[in-house]
Design a protein around this ligand. Structure first.
Ligand SMILES: Nc1ncnc2c1ncn2[C@@H]1O[C@H](COP(=O)(O)OP(=O)(O)O)[C@@H](O)[C@H]1O
Ligand SMILES: [Mg+2]
Length: 283
C-alpha cells in the first residue's frame, strides 16, 4: 500500500503541476497584525509570467519564510516588497502592495525611503568598498538620521550590536568591510540594513554562501531580530525555514500554493505539491 502510494506520487510529480495547481492559495493568507499586504500581484519579465496572482499578508513582528523549487518566483516576489524589481527593465509588476494603508507602487512613494523602511539582505554578502564604520553609517548619513558625530557613532554601535558583530569589530571599525569573513560580512550587511531603523527586513537566501557555523549565527540572529522587526526570508533549507520562521509560504511555478503556520506546513501540508517538496520528492 505504501509502495503503491509512493509510486503514484512519484509518477504524478512530472504531470501533476499543471493539473493540480489550486485556483487560489490554500491556508491562511491573512495575518492577525499585518505589516504589509500584497493583493493580486502579478509579475512579468517581458512575456514571462513569473508571479501569478499572489495575495499574502506579512505579519508584524513575525518571520515568514518563502520556500519552493528553484525558479518558482520566491526572489521575484520578495523583490516586489521593496520595489527592487524596478531596477530590472523588462519587469512589470501589477496588483497592490500595501504598507500602512499606502500602496508602495503609488507614484507618490519615495522609493529610497521605502527601501529604508523595507530593507534587504542579499544572498552574497555585498559590503560597500568602504570601512566597517562607513558601511553602517552610509544609510543614516544619506537619510540624515544623525545630527552629530556622537549620534552617528551611537547608531553604528547599536546596529553592530544588534547584528551580533560589535565585539568582533569594535577595534577595527576603520578597516575595510570586505576584509571580514563571509559570515561577518553578512552580519555587517544586516547591521547596515538595521542602521536606518527598517520595519521589515527582506533576506534572500542569506546563508547560502556561508559555512554551517556562520549559518547558525545568522539563524540565531534572526530569532533575536524577530522581536523588533518583521522578517521575510527566502531559503532553500527546509530545516532553516522550520527553525527560524513562524509562517511558511510554499511557491510553485509562480503561484503561492499554500501558506500557514510553519509547524502545520511541515507536519500537515494542505497540498500534495507542498508535501512533495518538503518530503524531497520534488525540487
Ligand atoms: N531579471 C530577470 N529577467 C528575466 N527573467 C527572470 C529574471 N529574474 C527571474 N526571472 C525568471 O522568473 C522566474 C522566477 O525566478 P526567481 O524569482 O529568481 O525564482 P526563485 O527565487 O524562486 O529561484 C524564473 O523563471 C526566472 O528565470
Ligand atoms: Mg531566488
Amino acid at each position: 500500500m505504501q509502495l503503491e502510494e509512493s509510486s503514484r506520487m512519484v509518477q504524478t510529480t512530472s504531470t501533476l503541476e499543471a493539473r493540480t495547481i489550486p485556483d487560489s492559495t490554500l491556508g491562511q493568507i491573512h495575518a492577525d497584525n499585518p505589516r504589509m499586504k500584497a493583493r493580486n500581484v502579478d509579475v512579468f519579465y517581458a512575456d514571462k509570467h513569473a508571479i501569478d496572482n499572489i495575495s499574502l499578508d506579512i505579519g508584524s513582528g513575525q518571520v515568514i519564510s518563502f520556500i519552493g523549487p528553484s525558479g518558482c518566483g520566491k526572489s521575484t516576489f520578495l523583490r516586489c516588497l521593496n520595489r527592487m524589481n524596478d531596477t530590472i527593465d523588462s519587469c512589470r509588476v501589477s496588483g497592490e502592495i500595501m504598507i500602512d494603508d499606502q500602496n508602495i507602487y503609488d507614484s507618490s512613494i519615495d522609493v529610497v525611503l521605502l527601501r529604508a523602511r523595507v530593507g534587504m539582505v542579499f544572498q552574497k554578502p555585498n559590503p560597500f568598498p568602504k570601512s566597517i564604520f562607513d558601511n553602517v553609517a552610509y544609510g543614516p548619513r544619506i537619510h540624515g538620521l544623525a545630527t552629530s558625530k556622537v549620534e552617528l557613532d551611537h547608531i553604528v554601535e547599536t546596529s553592530l550590536q544588534r547584528a551580533g558583530l560589535w565585539e568582533e569589530v569594535r577595534d577595527r571599525l576603520d578597516q575595510p568591510g570586505t576584509g571580514l569573513s563571509g559570515g561577518q560580512q553578512q552580519r555587517l550587511c544586516i547591521a547596515r540594513a538595521i542602521a536606518v531603523s527598517p520595519e521589515v527586513i527582506l533576506m534572500d537566501e542569506p546563508c547560502s554562501a556561508l559555512d554551517p557555523i556562520a549559518t547558525a549565527k545568522i539563524e540565531e540572529l534572526i530569532s533575536e531580530l524577530r522581536e523588533q522587526y518583521t522578517i521575510v526570508i527566502v531559503t532553500h533549507s527546509m530545516q532553516q525555514a522550520a527553525r527560524v520562521s513562524d509562517r511558511t509560504a510554499y511557491f510553485h511555478l509562480g503561484k503561492l500554493i499554500e501558506v500557514g503556520d510553519t509547524k502545520q506546513v511541515f507536519t500537515n501540508p494542505l497540498h500534495a505539491l507542498t508535501q512533495d517538496y518538503i518530503t524531497g520528492r520534488f525540487g
